[in-house]
Structures are given as C-alpha cells and as structure tokens.
Ligand binder design. Structure first.
Ligand code: ISL
Ligand code: CA
Length: 554
C-alpha cells in the first residue's frame, strides 16, 4: 500500500553548499548564498532542496565528517541563517532536505573524543577491537582505501571506519546511539526540515563478533524501522531517501515497504552494474547495460516501491561529460537528451546543481588540482603500487568526484559570479560560455528546457503513474520507452550517440500529440520517426482513447 502519495510528482534539487553561492566573499558558498538564489530555484520549478551536510565539521570530507549535528558549520552561516532559509524557501513552496551522516561521525566529534578515553557511556559508541598479534583485527578495505581498522595509541585498540580514518563508524548495535540519532532527526524536524537524505545508510547494520565485522542488511532494516518510528515516520509528509550503495531491487522494496524510507538511491546505474570503472568511463557508453538496469528497476519497483532518478551527484563526474557528450557542438543537445530521458522515467528526479546549465567535467592537469579525500587517497595508493603518473591522472580526470564540485557558474563575471574572492576550488574555465546568466537570456537554453520539462511533468499524471514499457529494445544507440496511464501515453526516444540512427519500428504516433524535443524541427513524417539526428531526443505525449465503463453511474 502506498501512503505519502502527495510527494510523488516532486522534483528535488541537490545543492553542494560550498560550491553554490558565496554571499560574504570568503571564497566558500554559504546559506545566505542559497537564500540569494531561492528565486532562481523557484523559477526552475523544483519542490525541495537537498543540501549536502552543513553541520559543524573539520571538513576532511567536506562535511561528511560531522563533529556536531546540532550546529551549523560557521563558514556556512548561523542557525539564524538556516531558520531564515527554511522560512523563505517554504514561502516559495520549497522544502529543505538535510543530509544526515549517521553511519559515522568525524573523529573530532565529542562522542569519539570521549570514546577514545573510554569514558562511559561513549566507550561503546563506536566499533572497537583488540588487534590480532600486532595486526588489525580483521581484513577489509575501506571505501577510501587502506584498512577499515585504525589503531588508537590512546585506547590501545582499533576502531572501524568504512570510509576515511577520520570517519569512525558509529556502533548502531548500541541502543543509546540509536536514541541519540533519533533525537537529532527530531531536532531538525522541529526546525521545519521537510526531508532527509541518509548518507551511506546501508552500512549501518553490522554483525560484530570477535573475529569479524560483517554487514548485515536485516539489522539495517531493523535500525531504520526503529529510527523512522521514533522520528520522521511520525509525519507522513516528510520525504526520506537512503543512499544505499549496495541495494538491489529486493532491498529497495524492503526499505520502502517496511516504512523505513520513501525511496533509495541505487548505485547499479552508477557502476553500470558490474562494468569495470575503466570501461564505463570509455565512450561509447555501454547502452545495453544501462537499458538492462533501468528496465529492471522501472518494472520491478512499479506498484511495489518508488524509484529515485539521478545520473550524477557530488560523488560522480558531470552527467553531460559521462552519459552525454561535452564537446561544444553536442553539449547542450546531449544534456537535453539526458533530461528527457530522466524526467520520463517513473520515480523522483534529482537535479544536481549546475547540471541544469550543462556544467562539464574540469580540465584537471596535475595532482595539485585535486582536493577530494577519496581522489587523493586513490592517487597515493596507485602511486605506491607503481602505476604511471600519466595513467593515474588520466583515470582521475574522468572519474574524480572533484569534477562535480567546482563552483556554480552564475555569470561571465570574475569567478563565474560565484564569489569576489578566490574560490575554495577553481572555477571551470568554460564559465564564460556556460553560466546561468546566459541560460536565462536564451529561450532555447538548457535551463529553459529543464523548466519546460518540469512544468509539463507536473501537469500530467502519466509521469507519476504511467506503466513503463521498453521500446526499440534491440537498438544499441537509442533508448526508447513508453509510459501508459488511463487515457494518456508517453513515448520517449533518446539517441545516446553522435551518429544518425535509423528507427526501424513503427511508433504509432497519433495526430494530435504534444512534443518536447531537443532539435527545433520535429522529424516526424507520416506519424513515424525515420531517423534520429545526433543525440536527438523526443518526448511525445498523446491522449489514449478513454475506456468507457459500462454500468450505472451513481
Ligand atoms: O557504499 C558504497 C558502495 O557500496 C559507496 O559507494 C558509498 O555509497 C559512497 O561512497 C558514499 O558516499 C557518501 O558517503 C561518503 C561521502 O564521502 C560521500 O560524499 C557521500 O555521498 C562518506 O560519508
Ligand atoms: Ca562564504
């Protein structure tokens, strides 16, 4: 049974606050900067803003290492700024979604500092173990490289960290930890927060025995059910999304149907499920792989769960560079194609800041251009393994998370209008061409295309409810699908290549259809499409004959 249905046509916009807008010219984006741009967001038509962590943090991992969940990090502003943001956003019908980093804290968090000293009750807030004859308690590699264990000479034990060693994992087996985390959620709900993203949440369930630490999904479900019951689950209007790197369809259905979360981010699409990273970074994109994953999630979650739709975020390269084509002649075309592709699917669409103006990957030249902890750790490990500098840098330039973290390009002015001071991270040198100001002026811009799509999506129920059906399944360059609802039909056709592609099958386009497309002149002849131009994308909306119900009307 689906409750919470009201939010299903909402669109969520993700803000990476350090890089969004700097209001006080210290080179770092902040809450006042977001406030300045609320009209821009409202104009785009989004309903909710997910802000990556703004809590107090030593920023080893840009806020994903929280040292105080009850306070705003000072470079982002004050609690008063945040309260103002909630108020002004809500005036425009925009909700705020916070990013809760609950798998781990920063090693600077008071809990961890006390845990280090064995002070009760914090001694058991993290996962501590004795070493194994001078070696870490178990094997296992952290997501950001190295062992999952780090030795503390203070406590003379090892602590467990799924990510960097500055991010010790919380011990969710401890009921007091779970209680404290629910309190934090409730604190922010009381401030008026309308949504939560739970970071790396599928890592919280762990079986801890003397000889191993094993992830346990049943425990994860149990903990989330409890958290929900004690906090956000009490208010059906609150939207939650879990970042679940390891989730398959069944896991996703469980998260949603047990009333744990509204939806999850699945990462099969990010890794193209088993395709080696070196391969997915290559062109052309392995489209059949993408089709397989999308088909599976669209069909298997229908009526059973709810999808989230995204092609990138702050942890991945820019979507136009990865799934589209960032060469100037194709950049806008292919970015519009990706927008049609994504917005036609069932599920909540997420737009990552800057993707709506077609921002691209950064032209990295040397290791000094990077700041991300994951990228730097990767570089060090690859160097230690003896890999060639050129090869390491080549891979990083395509895959590094820093690609998506460059400052938002607002205008053609100094620093792309992001700040008057030197930004914390270099602005992409293409800001003179690619920026918000230029997008707003041009009717044909990517921004205006997003706006049109968002508006259209909200006006037609088929986007939320329509049943998914793949078309053009054998085509290795074109992704096509239909969505059908009572009385409505949507046909989406996307050429994912820079080639002209013939369309063999008949599409059955009716006469009085509505169309949104990325080329100016439609290619529909005799109710059919003969050939698709490079990155051509077409959204066709048509009425279906109404089903006449027999029987008496009441
Ligand atoms: O869990 C994974 C794979 O199964 C990882 O891909 C994981 O989902 C991802 O790295 C988690 O990212 C999130 O948590 C990190 C932070 O650096 C990222 O920015 C954040 O999105 C640690 O908090
Ligand atoms: Ca600032």
């Amino acid at each position: 049974m689906m409750t919470r249905a009201e939010w299903k046509n909402q669109i969520i916009y993700q803000i990476y606050p350090r890089s969004f807008k700097d209001s006080n010219n210290d080179g770092i984006g902040d809450i006042q900067g977001i406030i300045e741009k609320l009209d821009y967001l409202s104009d785009l038509g989004i309903d909710m803003v997910w802000i990556t962590p703004i809590f107090k943090s030593p920023n080893k991992d840009n806020g994903y290492d929280v040292s105080d969940y009850y306070n705003i990090h000072n470079t982002f502003g004050t609690m008063t700024d945040f309260e103002k943001l909630i108020k002004l956003a809500s005036k425009r019908g925009i909700g705020i979604m916070l990013d809760m980093v609950f798998n781990h804290t920063s090693d600077q968090h008071e809990w961890f500092q006390k845990s280090l000293l064995g002070i009760k009750p914090y001694d058991d807030f993290y996962i501590w173990k004795k070493g194994n004859n001078g070696l870490p308690p178990t094997e296992g590699t952290a997501f950001f490289g190295g062992s999952v264990w780090e030795y503390s000479s203070q406590r003379k034990e090892y602590y467990y960290h799924s990510f960097d060693k500055s991010q010790p994992d919380l011990n969710w087996q401890n009921p007091l930890v779970r209680e404290k985390l629910a309190d934090i959620v409730n604190f922010w709900i009381d401030k008026g927060v309308r949504g939560f993203r739970f970071d790396a949440i599928d890592n919280i369930g762990k079986e801890i025995s003397p000889d191993k630490v094993k992830s346990n999904i049943l425990l994860t479900h149990q903990y989330l059910k409890e958290l929900s019951a004690n906090s956000y689950g009490r208010d059906p209007k609150i939207i939650t999304v879990g970042e679940t790197g390891g989730a398959n369809v069944k896991d996703a259905i469980d998260y949603i149907n047990n009333d744990e979360l509204s939806m999850v981010f699945q990462f099969q699409i990010m890794s193209l499920d088993g395709v080696r990273e070196d391969d997915w970074l290559k062109k052309p994109l392995p489209l059949f792989q993408l089709k397989k994953i999308i088909n599976k999630w669209q069909i298997e979650l229908a009526n059973k769960g709810w999808n989230s739709q995204f092609l990138g975020n702050h942890d991945f390269p820019r979507i136009v560079s990865r799934f589209g084509d960032d060469r100037e002649e194709y950049r806008v075309l292919s970015a519009k194609m990706l927008a049609i592709f994504l917005f036609g699917l069932q599920g909540t669409p997420y737009i990552y800041q800057g993707d709506e103006i077609g921002m691209t990957n950064f032209p990295f030249k040397s290791i000094d251009d990077y700041q991300d902890v994951e990228s730097l750790n990767y570089y060090q490990e690859a160097k230690d393994k003896g890999l060639l500098e050129k090869n390491i840098l080549d891979r990083m330039s395509k895959s590094s998370r820093d690609n998506a973290r460059t400052p938002m390009q607002w205008s053609s002015e100094t620093n792309g209008g992001f700040s008057n001071a030197k930004p914390w991270f270099a602005v992409n040198p293409n800001y003179k061409q690619i920026n918000v100001e230029a997008n707003l002026k041009d009717n044909n811009s990517l921004f205006n295309f997003y706006k049109k799509l968002i508006k259209f999506r909200k006006e037609h129920l088929v986007f939320t409810n329509g049943q998914y059906e793949e078309i053009l399944a054998d085509d290795d360059k074109v992704f096509g699908y239909k969505r059908k609802n009572l009385g409505e039909e949507l046909i989406i056709i996307c050429n994912f290549s820079s080639d002209v592609v013939k369309v063999k099958s008949k599409l059955g386009i009716k006469k009085d259809f509505i169309i949104i497309e990325n080329y100016t002149h439609s290619n529909i002849i005799d109710n059919n499409i003969k050939a698709l131009r490079p990155y051509e994308a077409i959204l066709i909306y048509q009425k279906r004959p109404a089903v006449i119900c027999q029987g008496k009307n009441k």
